[in-house]
Design a protein around this ligand. Structure first.
Ligand code: HEC
Ligand code: HEC
Length: 345
């Protein structure tokens, strides 16, 4: 074969490769810059992280045009200054309908093995976003298929640029799957790792937390109190999946917080001091009341299926204080004010 025909083949292969690539999502230009001790989160192969998608996702997350009456966005129930919760016992939708559950923090949600309080099947952020957008029981944002939502954002000059850069191969990038891909990418970018506890534990800054918090840490990780067995690891939850183990099974636990057989995922305790009221139904107003719940072995002692780890323990007033001080060291102040996660409008 001549050199010329060889280079022709090479050119054809390149062209074919290019044609194939143009149907695929653009390659990731995202740098995680994860702190020590944080493995890379699992990202679905059909939605690689890109700067452009994260940016677009942020605009959508904060856009009240994402609701039936222009009154709410994701951020109405997931407020940055409250570590992406809403301070309410249960969520309140755009049309005034109450949710049965409390809004959950979105920090480090990229590692969540299952999403929402207790749905073992809900695993992808791309799928989860459809629930608040279109769900009817309860109504959160209250959109319906065929609403004017897509035409409205298609006519918006800001979005014209943003959608084009986020989804360059698509002739018409204004689709619901692209909306959820962008929102999911923004959510994955919300990494919380700059708390005093991180400075103390990972960076070795001994002065970052108080002596009381250090005593509380010992109790938290002790065998008889056992908080770490469910709220453990870098994310302070047992519901994490990483790029290396995307199919890990996630456990659900019954802590005796409700009378029924309800088993829930152990939510992250990062930023827990700012995300009250607590539990799936917002029934515990303070961290002290949560500790009292665990110390007494669960509010509903005979709740069927209650986890054997919830057996109760004794704590002196000083020890309670120390544990609360420890939990407060998990608050990541820089995250709560980080302009990268703030309303861009
Ligand atoms: C009306 C208030 C409300 C709105 C609006 C809302 N959420 Fe939520 N969010 C909740 C509640 C309540 C839960 C817990 C749901 C459950 O367990 O069934 C939740 C849970 C979540 C979770 C699961 C977190 C975890 O750790 O498992 C994600 C992710 C999420 N919401 C993202 C979004 C996105 C994206 C939007 C916008 C498209 C949005 N939410 C709009 C109230 C709201
Ligand atoms: C057997 C597993 C398990 C153990 C052990 C455990 N938790 Fe939990 N934790 C959970 C689950 C599950 C929930 C959610 C329960 C619910 O909403 O009803 C929860 C909820 C919480 C919440 C409320 C979170 C929120 O976002 O509302 C806090 C705070 C908390 N736990 C702290 C602790 C502390 C402190 C300890 C140790 C004293 C502890 N947990 C031990 C599983 C556990």
């Amino acid at each position: 074969m001549t050199t010329r025909s060889l280079s022709l083949i090479a050119a054809l292969v390149l062209l074919a490769g290019h044609a194939l690539n143009s149907a695929e999502p653009p390659a990731s230009d995202w740098e995680w810059n994860l702190p020590k001790g944080f493995p890379a989160p699992y990202v679905p192969p059909d939605n690689p992280m890109t700067m452009a998608k994260v940016t677009l996702g942020r605009y959508l997350f904060y856009d009240t045009r994402l609701s039936v009456n222009g009154k709410q966005s994701c951020a109405s129930c997931h407020k940055q200054e409250l570590a992406f919760t809403d301070g309410r016992a249960v969520g309140l939708g755009a049309t005034g309908e109450s949710h049965t559950r409390g809004a959950m923090s979105l920090v480090n949600v990229g590692w969540a093995g299952t999403l929402t309080w207790n749905n073992p099947k809900m695993k992808r952020l791309e799928d989860q976003a459809l629930v608040p957008m279109f769900g009817e029981h309860p109504v959160e944002l209250g959109l319906r298929e065929g609403d004017k939502f897509l035409p409205t954002i298609r006519a918006d000059r800001t979005y014209q640029g943003l959608f084009k850069s986020a989804f360059p191969p698509d002739a018409d990038p204004f689709t619901i799957p692209n909306v959820t891909k962008a929102i999911a990418s923004f959510e994955r970018s919300i990494v919380s790792a700059r708390s005093p506890y991180d400075r103390y534990h990972y960076d070795g800054d001994d002065s970052a937390v108080s002596a009381a918090a250090k005593r509380g840490e010992v109790l938290y990780f002790s065998q008889h109190i056992s908080c770490f067995r469910c709220h453990g690891g870098f994310a302070f939850t047992d519901s994490t999946v990483t790029a290396r183990a995307p199919d890990r099974e996630v456990e659900f636990h019954n802590t005796g917080a409700s009378a029924g057989e309800g088993a829930f995922k152990a939510p992250t305790l990062r930023n827990i001091a700012v995300t009250g009221p607590y539990m799936h139904d917002g029934s515990m107003p303070t961290l002290e009341s949560v500790l009292e719940h665990y110390a007494s072995g669960g509010r509903f002692h005979n709740s069927p299926g209650k986890d054997p780890l919830i057996g109760g323990f004794q704590l002196s007033p000083q020890e309670r204080f120390d544990m609360v001080e420890f939990l407060k060291t998990l608050t990541d102040e820089p995250l709560l004010h980080d302009p990268r996660f703030a309303n861009p409008w």
